[in-house]
Design a protein around this ligand. Structure first.
Ligand SMILES: [Zn+2]
Ligand SMILES: [Zn+2]
Length: 64
């Protein structure tokens, strides 16, 4: 299970599940055309993806 952590305040969220199928969303980093990166959480069953959670104004990073 992925745990999302904030590098500023140590706030953690463990595991985000898809509201449609219940699968755990997979953490991915997408690189955009301009070279910047976006952290997203994507359903492995293809239901869709959301932007990764944010805390303290920064994207939370998934570990584990
Ligand atoms: Zn799903
Ligand atoms: Zn924070």
């Amino acid at each position: 299970m992925s745990t999302y952590t904030c590098s500023n305040c140590d706030f953690e969220i463990s595991g985000i599940n898809c509201g449609k199928c219940g699968s755990e969303l997979e953490y991915k980093v997408l690189t955009k055309d301009d070279g910047s990166t976006v952290n997203v959480s994507e359903c492995p069953d293809g239901c869709g993806k959301i932007k990764s959670p944010m805390c303290c104004g920064d994207d939370m990073v998934a570990v584990g």
